[in-house]
Ligand binder design. Structure first.
Ligand code: FES
Length: 80
């Protein structure tokens, strides 16, 4: 991948969630789409294990956000 501008470099750097294992936002979403429901499962999806563990909370928040987006709206039932 060639980086042409400073903003492209900055965007790439900002996307990294796990520095130890080079897991970025897209990789986290990909793992959640494949069924990962915990930070440990996200790491396992990519064949990694936690090293320092500093990314655990951020990965957990990303999982929650993505799951919230996937919850279908419930039908409204009229009460009698
Ligand atoms: S930042 Fe993810 S294990 Fe260290």
């Amino acid at each position: 991948m060639q980086i042409d501008t400073h903003s492209q470099l900055l965007q790439m750097v900002l996307m990294i969630i796990c520095v130890c294992n080079r897991i970025n936002c897209r990789s986290v979403r990909e793992a959640v789409d494949a069924g990962a429901r915990s930070p440990k499962a996200v790491q396992a999806h990519h064949g990694c294990k936690f090293n320092c563990g500093k990314c655990s909370q951020s990965i957990g928040e990303m999982i929650s956000e993505q799951m919230d987006r996937c919850v279908p709206s419930l039908p409204i039932l009229a009460a009698e």
